[in-house]
Ligand binder design. Structure first.
Ligand SMILES: [Zn+2]
Length: 261
């Protein structure tokens, strides 16, 4: 069995400081690919660097994007800069992201319209570059789905850290998205999401840690790591009650189909 962490912030200090041992652990556990999204203009170069220079048996793939948490000080010029940087590195990046809409931040910072504008721009950029997108959501399914309907994506993408109902998940799947399954499923309280996941086709699921964020249940306060993909995978096997080998193989195929065709 082989695995891919489809969402890990390896350039964040908590992980960057212990990169070599962490990647060695991943390789030992057959986690052979890691997708590294970017969150704002300041970390585009670190993401590009860490995914190219680090000596490792694990294959690392960068994405470029602007996360909805960081756009308060940003302007349209940063969108232009994103486009230029993504063009310069279009052979290396595997997706645009992470982008999306955060409903909680929209209320706190009163910036829903700006979030929508940045999200829409990045969807269109992904289409121009023929790349998938990595989509952040929090209390924002209605807005995310609305924008995705207005600006449909050609190459699909991942709904990062999916949590929600069966109907919400199915809407994304019907629009060509895979659902990122992460530490959420290790929490007892995530019943709605877990019950929904049981009903989705396995061809629509990918694994992710979102490390160093999103600690697993029982590990709050510690640094999440990409090697936890195996824990999330085991939990998914328990939820779906299926054969591990078959599930792992299907999920790797999903990743290939999304990023590497
Ligand atoms: Zn993330």
């Amino acid at each position: 069995m082989k695995f891919t962490d489809s969402h890990c912030h390896l350039d964040f200090p908590e992980l960057a400081q212990q990169l070599k041992p962490e990647l060695a652990d991943c390789f030992e556990l057959a986690i052979e690919r890691i997708i590294v999204p970017a969150v704002n203009p300041d970390n585009w170069q670190p993401v590009l660097e860490i995914t190219s220079k680090v000596p490792s048996n694990v294959l690392l793939f960068p994405c470029l994007g602007i996360h909805p948490w960081y756009l308060n000080e940003l302007t349209e010029q940063h969108l232009m800069a994103l486009e230029q940087t993504a063009l310069n590195y279009q052979e290396r990046i595997v997706a645009i992201g992470e982008t999306g809409i955060d409903g909680k931040i929209a209320i706190e910072q009163n910036n829903m319209e700006k979030q929508k504008e940045f999200f829409r721009y990045q969807l269109e950029l992904a289409n121009r570059l023929n790349k998938p997108v990595i989509v952040h959501h929090r209390r924002s399914h209605n807005e995310v789905i609305e924008i995705l309907k207005q600006s449909p994506v050609k190459r699909g993408g991942i709904i990062h850290a999916f949590s929600g109902s069966y109907q919400q998940g199915k809407t994304y799947i019907d629009m060509g998205f895979k659902l990122g399954i992460g530490g959420t499923i290790t929490y007892e309280r995530a019943k709605k999401t877990i019950n929904a996941i049981k009903r989705f086709p396995v061809g629509a699921l990918v694994l992710e840690t979102d490390a160093p964020s999103m600690p697993l249940s029982g590990e709050q306060g510690t640094t999440n790591k990409p090697s936890n993909i195996k824990v999330i995978f085991q939990q998914l096997v328990n939820v779906l009650q299926c054969e591990p080998e078959k599930l792992a193989e299907q999920i790797e195929q999903n990743i290939d189909q999304l990023f590497f065709r």
